[in-house]
Design a binder for this molecule. Structure first.
Ligand code: SAH
Length: 239
């Protein structure tokens, strides 16, 4: 086999998540406790394939960066600018978690919630995923503490969790929030998720324009916000 022969894998299922666009998705898993589920395709929608999974609190998801703008067949770029470094310092691709890599495969540790069977479908509910809605899932593996959790590990430029900002609802947004809550469109859980996601400041690393209003889609909602110093101001939430 030539090293550059492509390999094909089956897609076992698809992610259903409130992250309807890339903007706003945490840059790593486990930073927010947003719930999502994987729906499995036939023949992987077989409950016996999940037997024993309830013994594991966390799982590895292996998945495909299917929404990459730049095709993985395009020219190999050995260096990228991690957002964590402000977007102006380069690192070797293999020293980053960039989505633009030779094989567009993502890996994420998530918390298992439950497996559900309903008619012909099997759903695996998880929290903490950083996957876009519609992401093809390649595999699920249990997270094994004695081997996967390396307590003395060094993580270079990504040693600590990113700083979180304080989220403030401006008066108009607060009013819209109350109406949506009354109409049962919004729930306290979704509000909490939106606040968690925004506290991570999803803006591209190199942007710091206090005049600019950003829009993020989350579930059925459009959330607009500005960032001033260490505060995220939500100015609008609409469906
Ligand atoms: N934990 C993973 C992902 C790191 S990059 C890993 O280490 O492999 C995480 C980013 O991938 C998210 O912030 C989001 O912008 C992007 N992303 C999520 N799902 C995607 C998809 N299906 N296609 C392309 N990009 C995606």
């Amino acid at each position: 086999m030539k090293v550059f022969d492509p390999i094909q894998f089956p897609v076992i299922g698809v992610m259903h998540s409130p992250f309807r666009e890339k903007f706003g998705i945490p840059r790593q898993p486990n930073l927010v406790d947003v719930e999502s589920y994987i729906e499995f395709h036939s023949p992987y929608n077989d409950l016996s394939a999940f037997e024993g999974i309830e013994e594991f609190s966390h799982l590895w998801l292996l998945w495909n960066f299917h929404e990459n703008k730049q095709a993985s067949s395009s020219k190999f770029r050995p260096q990228v600018r991690p957002p964590r470094l402000g977007g102006n310092e380069k690192k070797g691709i293999f020293a980053t978690r960039s989505m633009y890599r030779p094989a567009p495969i993502g890996m994420s540790v998530v918390k298992r919630v439950r497996v559900e069977k309903c008619k012909n479908t099997v759903r695996l509910y998880v929290t903490g995923s950083d996957l876009l809605h519609g992401t093809p899932i390649l595999d699920i593996k249990p997270y094994i503490v004695y081997s996967d959790a390396v307590t003395e590990a060094l993580s270079g430029y990504a040693m600590d969790e990113p700083n979180k900002k304080t989220v403030i609802w401006e008066s108009i947004a607060k009013h819209q929030q109350e109406i949506l809550l009354r109409e049962n469109q919004l729930t306290p859980k979704i509000i909490h998720s939106i606040e968690q996601v925004l506290s991570l400041d999803p803006r591209p690393a190199y942007q710091n324009d206090e005049q600019r209003i950003y829009g993020m889609k989350f579930d059925i909602f459009d959330v607009r916000f500005t960032v001033i110093c260490d505060y995220i101001h939500i100015v609008e939430i609409i469906t």
